[in-house]
Design a protein around this ligand. Sequence first.
Ligand SMILES: *Cc1c(COP(=O)(O)O)cnc(C)c1O
Length: 365
Amino acid sequence: MVPFLDLKAPYLELKDELDAAYRRVMESGWFITGREVEAFEAEFAAFCGTKHCIGVGNGLDALHLILRAMEIGPGDEVIVASNTYIATWLAVSYAGATPVPVEPDEATHNMRPELIEAAITPATRAIMPVHLYGQPADMDPILDIARRHGLKVIEDSAQAHGATYRGKRAGNLGDAAGFSFYPGKNLGALGDGGAVTTNDGALADKIRLLRSYGSKVRYCHEVQGFNSRLDELQAAFLRVKLARLDAWNERRKAIAKLYLEGIRLDRLRLPRVIDGAESAWHLFAVCHHERDRLQGALKEAGIETLIHYPVPPHRQDAYRAVQLPQGSLPVAERLAQQVLSLPMGPHLSAADAERVIAVVNEALR
Ligand SMILES: *Cc1c(COP(=O)(O)O)cnc(C)c1O
């Protein structure tokens, strides 16, 4: 049996340090936004190369609070990827703005910059590229378009902790970025968690205000804020795991290299990484027109795979009101039919990766 992702192995590898972090917080008697959160924020900002990091409750809130802090809301449009996890769209909808989808490049799975300008209207306020599966979107042309049209660029970095683009880390490529620390992410907490990174001090201050009831001074509320805080326990765990992130991303990269060099199945499309970028290899997604048969063959051989994502946001019941019919975003719809994520993670052994390769190569005979 090859599991898709082993979430117990990271604990076993870091048991002593995680247990010590747990005891440290328990004995401190302080559980919400304290010393551990402050230390983690400083450490994660340094990791990303940004001036500021603000810990929040989860990745969706991180994106939502950025939009709120930028005062993007009803009547505004935000350009999003047509093929993403629904959270990207929901963050825009939460703010009261309208998500406007742009189709991806089929080889990289990321938003095609050359399609963005046609989606810009007088109501457009921001572009929100996703670094899907851990690979940075092609940011230079996106930033160039944004600059020319006076738009903000918000990175959905929920899958891209540690990825780089032209020497800079994801999270430091636009005006602000949202990260998720959901347990399965490259930097995963042992529960929910998220963060915003930015170099804009005024924006960082606003997000600090918004995450905690609009209050800087206790019981004094400047704005109608939210409750979206990172807790001390998760921050303490994240500090332990952040120290391993580069090493664990290297292990993912080694698995990706084995897959890229070893998989030879007719008409199967491997992920393509753009020049000047390093993927964080959150997922290793391949494409095949007989995806369901391929997944079935892998399952029979004891190899667990997942589909990211089987239904694009515009075809979800949640977005029925947007009224984008079947066929309106053909690339996202085709990818949803063809994409398949192979086992990937820092604790996947080379032997298991070789087994995945052998089974894929023989799967459709
Ligand atoms: C995980 C994820 C999110 C949301 O993160 P949560 O912590 O689950 O709220 C947002 N965008 C993308 C692309 C994600 O993969």
